[in-house]
Design a protein around this ligand. Structure first.
Ligand code: ADP
Ligand code: MG
Length: 302
């Protein structure tokens, strides 16, 4: 490999919004056969919106009582999520603030990575998160909420539960959007002979729906943040040479473990630092451009 050719390739990358950490990075793309894509913030925009609030209900509940229950649910869960930086949390806090006005502040707050949040709001012990977090507290999901959750997830949405003082009080449905260029990017990666894999901490049904929307067959879902790196190692032990594209703090270790790590420039510093390549535009098509560019660069060297 002549240093000049590598330098030219690196320079061309910069013009395309592909920042390559060093000339040796181009070499490492040569044998990549699998591209692992983080879902939230990479394939999707990661900007979530609260689209529905479901109460456990019961036939005896009057309209006034239901309105009161909804307001209290938004206030207590919104206050707790206000303390979290997670995109789901921000969607809930924003939705709650829009509907009920200024939120109280949480008296205590604890983040449970990959699961949700817990804390004290107005003297109540509040939990907001996925079903497994509620199970940790021995709370069972009422049938109506379980049904609403399943149908939301089948449509690619994320549904989280809220509980306080030992009772499940409601379900929040949040929606994220697939970036307009993601499906085309996946098609380009396939055309380069690469196998795309979707990796996420989100539930399997929502992940499947997003994967179908962009044309990905293999989905690895419900992976805790600390386990994403192990997923990469496993794929490598299957004999695959793995590129990973991600944006989050929880992707950093996996990006470093991958044979080639690509960070969304719109993502966190931790992801960018752990990666070999930064895709400045946050457009997944740049991942395909990067592979194409290195192949072209290496092609001129051989
Ligand atoms: P991803 O890999 O999609 O970014 P995370 O690992 O951050 O997902 O979170 C996995 C799941 O844990 C979420 O889909 C959600 O169900 C739950 N969760 C995490 N943080 C929160 C939070 N602050 N509020 C509610 N639910 C949360
Ligand atoms: Mg992400």
């Amino acid at each position: 490999a002549t240093p000049t050719a590598l330098l030219v390739g690196t320079g061309r990358g910069a013009q395309l919004g592909i920042l390559i950490k060093g000339p040796e990075v181009l070499e490492s793309t040569r044998t990549i056969d699998t591209v692992v894509l983080d879902k939230t913030g990479t394939v999707t925009t990661g900007r979530m919106t609260l689209i529905d609030v479901v109460l456990p209900g019961g036939d005896a509940v009057t309209a006034a009582a239901a309105a009161g229950a909804r307001a209290e649910l938004l206030r207590l869960a919104g206050a707790l999520e206000h303390a979290s930086e997670h995109p789901i949390a921000q969607a809930i806090a924003r939705g709650a603030d829009d509907e009920t006005g200024p939120l109280p502040s949480a008296e205590s707050f604890q983040n449970v990575p990959g699961k949700g949040v817990s804390g004290i709001v107005e003297g109540h012990a509040v939990i907001v998160g996925r079903e497994s977090l509620l199970s940790d507290w021995a709370l069972a999901v009422p049938a109506k909420l379980a049904a609403a959750k399943a149908s939301a997830e089948a449509r690619g949405r994320t549904a989280v539960l809220a509980a306080w003082d030992g009772e499940v009080r409601g379900l929040f449905i949040v929606a994220d959007q697939v970036k307009p260029t993601s499906a085309e990017a996946v098609a380009q990666l396939r055309a380069l002979g690469l196998t795309p894999v979707l990796l996420t901490g989100d539930n399997a049904a929502a992940a499947r729906a997003i994967a179908d929307e962009v044309g990905i067959e293999r989905v690895i879902a419900e992976v805790l943040p600390e386990d994403k790196v192990a997923v990469i190692s496993e794929l490598q032990s299957e004999g695959r040479v793995v590129a990973m594209v991600g944006d989050g703090v929880n992707d950093a270790a996996a990006l470093a473990q991958a044979d080639l790590g690509l960070a969304m420039g719109t993502g966190t510093d931790a992801a960018i630092e752990a990666s070999d390549i930064t895709l400045v535009r946050g457009d997944l098509r740049s991942a395909a451009d990067a592979i194409r560019l290195s192949r072209a660069t290496l092609g001129t060297i051989k």
